[in-house]
Write a protein that binds this ligand. Structure first.
Ligand code: HMG
Length: 390
């Protein structure tokens, strides 16, 4: 039995900040962002869009009514959770109308969480082959006004339906994970933005990449020659490019190097315009590769490198299935073109927007015209979401 990704979708927030504008406002050379980080734009979310609304949008974009009745597990991977107890997956389960006899829960380890969720989903389908699992990687990355990580913020959600005999790609049984107890990036419960040891985090990312890859090659006797592409966790594409260049040490023909480079470039098209979406960012890279590369075919093997600060990293690989291209959206870039551009002043206003609860713990929201799902109200500390009627 093969198990893998049967469908994959993406949703991002309604606003975009152009980094050219941010650079001008911060007195920075715009090329620092466009060339130094390989970022052009970042998605910005207002208060009414959170990990639940983004996940519901991403899920709804791929699921039929029939599939909603077949899913028996919903997992949301996130590091920007909206409640310490109630899982975002429970809200999403309700919003999507998934049949009641399903497990719904949240999973966390920084940007690595969705990789763990995929592994859990695979084990579940192995045990129960007719099951379908909805994995959602949903996050809003907020570093702070004027913080070094400010141009790498972003927001979005990736939805993946995991089944047997998948129509897009199958998982290979070749996962190699590594854990290191380090303080490169973390967010205590009392802080709305993370603490970041920026340069140290990039060193750890690259060192985990190298050491996990060495262990992977040792265990599976595969080299870069066995893959047509490598997708990376993308905190910003330039760091992944550095990682990619580190891996090129294997004895590769000129032709192979060029193919891998072309596929790397295809894998960063979306992140370049969305920014870091934490748990979803590796899979946004995978989606970008599948929808923007022109030379992929069934049977091609793609390696994936997952990294979550703290830190857990993992290498694993997938294989494309015959007809995979029928389940993709080659026009997805239009979704990004549709976002409303904010001035830096407007972005800062959105950034500092806070929920003001009245004495009963209630608040109403109204600015949700351009989103599919919205947080519409908090009533006595309960969050209420709704599909927005257009
Ligand atoms: P910075 O201040 O932008 O650093 O912060 P910089 O001064 O080193 O500049 C960045 C690059 O721009 C450099 O390129 C400069 O040379 C270049 P490099 O030397 O690295 O190749 N540059 C220019 N290029 C062209 N024209 C110019 C110009 N000026 C400079 N005029 C930093 C960078 C990563 C520290 C910051 O963005 C940050 O703190 N980011 C957040 C942390 C982060 O993303 N870390 C990545 C690894 S950890 C991770 O991936 C996990 C994470 O996703 C969270 C999770 O797991 O939950 C973050």
């Amino acid at each position: 039995m093969t198990i893998g990704i049967d469908k994959i979708g993406f949703a991002t927030s309604q606003y975009v900040l152009k980094l050219q504008d941010l650079a001008n406002a911060r007195g920075v050379d715009p090329e620092k962002y466009t060339k130094g980080l390989l970022l052009e734009e970042i998605s910005i979310a207002p208060l009414t869009e959170d990990i639940v609304t983004l996940a519901a949008s991403a899920g709804n974009s791929i699921l039929t009514e029939e599939e909603k009745q077949e899913i028996d597990m919903v997992i949301v991977a996130t590091e920007s959770g909206i409640d310490q107890s109630k899982a975002a997956a429970v809200f999403v389960h309700g919003l999507l109308g998934i049949q009641p006899f399903a497990r719904s829960f949240e999973i966390k380890e920084a940007c690595y969480g969705a990789t763990a969720a995929l592994h859990y989903a695979k084990l579940h389908v192995e045990n129960s082959p007719t099951s379908k699992v909805l994995v959602l990687a949903s996050d809003i990355a907020k570093y702070g006004i004027n913080a070094p990580g400010e141009p790498t913020q972003g927001s979005g959600s990736i939805a993946m339906l995991i089944t047997q005999n998948p129509r897009i790609l199958s998982f290979n049984d070749d996962n190699v994970a590594q854990t290191r107890d380090i303080n490169d990036f973390w967010r205590p419960n009392y802080s709305i933005t993370p603490f970041v040891n920026g340069i140290y985090s990039t060193q750890q990312y690259l060192d985990c990449l190298q050491t996990t890859w060495e262990e992977y090659k040792k265990r599976f006797n595969w080299t870069l020659n066995d893959f047509v592409a490598v997708c990376f966790h993308l905190p910003y594409p330039k760091l992944a490019l550095k990682g990619f260049n580190k891996l090129l040490g294997d004895s590769l023909s000129q032709e192979k190097q060029e193919l891998l480079q072309k596929h790397f470039d295809a894998s960063i098209v979306y992140s370049n315009r969305v920014g870091n979406i934490y748990t979803g960012s590796l899979f946004l890279g995978l989606l970008s590769l599948l929808e923007n590369a022109e030379t992929l075919k069934a049977g091609d093997r793609i390696a994936l490198f997952s990294y979550g600060s703290g830190a857990v990293s993992e290498f694993f690989s997938v294989e494309l299935v015959e007809g995979y291209e029928k389940y993709l959206d080659k026009d997805r870039i239009k979704v990004l073109d549709k976002r409303k551009a904010l001035s830096v002043q407007e972005y800062e206003k959105v950034f500092y927007e806070e929920t003001h609860l009245d004495d009963s713990g209630s608040a109403k929201f109204s600015s949700y015209e351009d989103q599919e799902y919205a947080l519409v109200e908090i009533l006595e500390h309960h969050r209420y979401y709704s599909k927005v009627e257009k």
